[in-house]
Structure formats: structure tokens, C-alpha cells
Design a protein around this ligand. Structure first.
Ligand SMILES: [Mn+2]
Length: 317
């Protein structure tokens, strides 16, 4: 059931043993918004633990001490942050079959939780959690502000994607006033590349193909290359952004092979609805960034993606 920010805050205020989950293969927004919500609720005297199927990447520990021992207790209330679909919780979705509250910014949220609070115009879940703070009566501090800033800057590509609004900047400005170390945060998030990421960039550029008069760029990352490079999910997100940086490209598709034989597509667009393309293949996401999965052959997955993209590009013309 869809609820308002006020109702979501009231539900949280009634609980004392809370588990905060975020989606597997978490990005800066998933970790930042889940961590910030946890710290806010802890500051109100509640017992709160944060969990993520694939763990918390080390860089978020460097940024705001994201890895900490929250203690082991049986939660009475389960909250999922930045997670549009129960499936994205991975094994935690089976371990905690009832999600009591979802706090999200995905237009495509499946309303899988008992209560769902979505701000679908928000650029990041961090914006949504920021809005909850005064309603909870929780004060921000440097760590919470840094976590929320990391969420905002991750989902807006450092405030350049078209989801960035005046409100995003107003919130960022307030967060910065807590003393967020912008130089360090932005270097870690947007400048530093791992060596394995550079290896994958080489593979990606070599595999690049153009379709539909150069309006669609397609990249394939075979499992052998992914395993040889030791690249992380986080790195792969950066690779996916590359095809649409090319002049004239409206749709960039990165298809990668996974260890179980399935394929994962990341669709990034400049002016075509990426969520619509992925919805035709059973996936979803945002207007400019979406994803879907295939349990078919590579050729079938590629053909389905090209067909879906063509349909949406034609419809929007
Ligand atoms: Mn997000």
C-alpha cells in the first residue's frame, strides 16, 4: 500500500528493533541511504541493523565508516531502501519474507512491501531519506550527511544526469554545510579507477558495435574477460555509462555474461526511455538507466534487446 512520508515516519517511530535492507550489488545510493536511515533511527535510541546480501564495498567504509557492528538481534520490523523489487534483495528476501516498509525513489517500485513510501521524482533514495529526517525528529551529523551526499552524487553521476533538480542541489548544499569532504568523496567516487576497471574498459571498447544509424551502441562483456579482470559490480556500473557518452548515441546497452550462464543488460540512454526498453524484456528501472536479465542464449538476448530498443525509439519519434 502506498503511503506518505508522514505515515512512513510514524510507522518507523513506533518500532524499536529495526532491520534496514538494501539491494544486492549495492551502489552508493543503496548503501548511503540505508546507512543514513539506520544512523537516524539509532540516534532516536532504537536498535537498528543494516544488511545487504553482497556486503558493503570497502570504499564506503573509507567514506563514512559504513561497515560497523550493529549487533545481532531479532528484528521486529524490516525496511527496504532503494529497492524496487523484492527479487533485488537476493537471499535476504527469502530470509525476511515480509518487508514491512519500502522507502524508495523508483517509479517502477513493485509495491511488494506492506507499506511503500516512494518519491518517484527524487533523484536518489538519499533524497527520500533526507526528507524523512525532520519527520522522524532525527538530527543529521557529518557521517549521515556524507552518506546522503554519496547517495545523491552517485545516482546523479555527480549532479550531471537529467534527474538532477534544483531540489537535489538545495539538499546537497545543506549536506555540505555539515562539513562533507567534497574533495575526498568526489575523488573516490568519480576519479579513481581500479586497474581491473581499466582492463574492462579495453574489452568494452573493443566489443563496441553500432546499430540503427549509430543511435544505439552495444557492448558485450564475456564472462572470461570479467573473471580474468576481477572487476567488481561497482566497476561494471561505470562501464555501462560509456556507450551513451558517444556522439549521436541515444541508447547504450551493455550486456554481460554471468557465471550461471544468464545475461545481464544495463541500458543507459540520453533521450529514450530506458525503463520502457527493459520493461519489454521483463526488467525495469529509471528513464535514463534501467536493466533486465536473460536466461536465453547470447544471440536471443541481443536480438530481444535490439528489438525492444528499436520499438521504443520508433514510438518516441
Ligand atoms: Mn537509487
Amino acid at each position: 500500500m502506498i503511503i506518505t512520508a508522514e505515515k512512513a515516519a510514524n510507522l518507523l517511530l513506533q518500532q524499536d528493533n529495526i532491520l534496514v535492507l538494501c539491494h544486492r550489488n549495492p551502489d552508493g545510493d543503496a548503501i548511503g541511504s540505508a546507512f543514513a536511515l539506520k544512523k537516524m533511527l539509532q540516534s532516536l535510541g532504537k536498535k537498528v541493523r543494516m544488511e545487504c546480501e553482497s556486503g558493503i564495498p570497502a570504499k564506503y567504509d573509507v567514506l563514512f565508516g559504513a561497515r560497523e557492528d550493529d549487533g545481532d538481534f531479532a528484528p521486529d520490523y524490516v525496511v527496504a531502501v532503494d529497492t524496487a523489487d523484492r527479487k533485488l534483495l537476493g537471499t535476504l528476501g527469502q530470509q525476511y519474507p515480509t518487508v514491512n516498509l519500502a522507502v524508495d525513489h523508483h517509479e517502477t517500485n513493485k509495491d511488494y512491501a506492506e507499506f511503500t513510501y516512494v518519491e518517484d521524482k527524487a533523484a536518489a533514495a538519499a533524497e527520500v531519506v533526507f526528507k524523512l529526517a525532520p519527520l522522524l525528529g532525527a538530527k543529521l551529523d557529518l557521517r549521515i550527511a556524507t552518506a546522503l551526499y554519496v547517495g545523491l552524487s552517485t545516482d546523479t553521476g555527480c549532479f550531471v544526469y537529467s534527474n538532477t533538480t534544483a531540489n537535489t542541489h538545495i539538499i546537497a548544499g545543506e549536506l555540505i554545510s555539515y562539513g562533507v569532504n567534497l574533495g575526498e568523496v568526489n575523488k573516490i567516487l568519480f576519479e579513481t579507477k581500479t586497474k581491473s576497471r581499466v582492463e574492462i574498459d579495453k574489452i568494452a571498447l573493443n566489443s563496441l558495435e553500432f546499430f540503427f544509424g549509430g543511435e544505439l551502441a552495444f557492448v558485450f562483456l564475456p564472462l572470461s574477460a570479467l573473471e580474468a579482470s576481477g572487476v567488481s559490480e561497482d566497476d561494471l556500473d561505470g562501464v555501462s555509462a560509456m556507450p551513451r557518452q558517444i556522439e549521436g548515441v541515444k541508447v547504450g546497452i551493455t550486456l554481460r555474461e554471468r557465471a550461471d550462464g544468464s545475461y545481464k543488460a544495463s541500458v543507459r540512454t540520453t533521450c529514450v526511455n530506458a525503463a520502457d526498453i527493459c520493461a519489454k524484456c521483463g526488467g525495469g528501472g529509471h528513464k535514463r538507466a534501467a536493466g533486465c536479465e536473460f536466461k536465453t542464449s547470447f544471440e536471443e538476448a541481443k536480438a530481444a534487446l535490439l528489438e525492444a530498443a528499436k520499438q521504443v525509439m520508433d514510438e518516441e519519434e
